[in-house]
Write a protein that binds this ligand. Sequence first.
Ligand code: FE2
Ligand code: FE2
Length: 362
Amino acid sequence: MSLTFPELNHGSDLTRLLSQSNRGGDALVHAVHSIADATFTWDYAKGARPGLGKLYEKAKVTQWNATTDLPWDTDVDQEKLAAASLQQFSGAMTADGLDGTPFARWGDKEWIRFAIESENWTLSQFLHGEQGALVCTAKLAETVPWIDAKLFASTQVMDEARHVEVFGRYLDAKLSGHYPVNPHLGALLDDIIADRRWDMTYLGMQVMVEGLALAAFGLMRATTTEPLLEQLLRYVMADEARHVAFGVLSLKELYAGLSGPEVRERQEFAYEAAIRMRDRFLQQEVWDRLGISAADAATFLEQDPLRPMFTVSLFSKIVPNLKKLGLLDAGDGWLRQRFGEIGALQFEDWDDGSGELGTSPE
Ligand SMILES: [Fe+2]
Ligand SMILES: [Fe+2]
């Protein structure tokens, strides 16, 4: 697939983003101050929102057990798998543009080490992101004023617990090291959980970060040849598609009744989150561990064929859902204009994949 994104070329911006380090140091606990109303509803009449009701039923019958439903006895040889994937992407690793950087001197040994560290980093960020989802959906269950949404959100908390469990276990049992949360991912999660308006947590987590998760998991699933990881991602993605549907169904109703300035605020929030997700997850902790400078890493990233693939995957998940929410065209069409400028409108009518996964509530 060849799609172009003129805004993908960031130059020195990449170097700046790669230079930002983790704020938390070695602390094992990170607190985020959040003021939001915990909301009770005495209206227990289920069925007011049939879409959410169906999704709740689906969630109850599609629970799976991370301990017994996955083939944990699969033997995973991370080095051998890294060597095989190296063959697949070897063209990109020898690009002329890497002359004068340490990459020009790298042989198979260094590229394999990079692939291994990169996988450790990626799965670690999946783990941290899953905990972010667990915390955000616990907040949703607490703050959303509709009983149907509280019930579904509770199933999602359990789903996210299972996701934390599987990524943690895969890292411990099959891979070769953990990484701390990337500062840009951490900052995004902090902003989403800290907002006092419950719909912002919904929009940030259910539509934007869940869209990011579907994009990243989908790319990994398409490229891995490891059967346990493939199956694990398939199970997790089926849950995530349901979670995105939960966000879209809930917010569609709410956003139909917002004022112009309220809509614009949501549009700006969504756009900023999209740009942050597109640009900032650059594996800076991997480069640090390998002794590569931010400037050299930026040179590599500008040519990395996986980055445009990720961008396509990301926008094809989030733009259709923002359209379904009415946010793309609401008000004076501010969001349509912005996405048009970065070439992302071509995805507005794409299927986000939830139907294909058999989890569509329709
Ligand atoms: Fe999840
Ligand atoms: Fe999720």
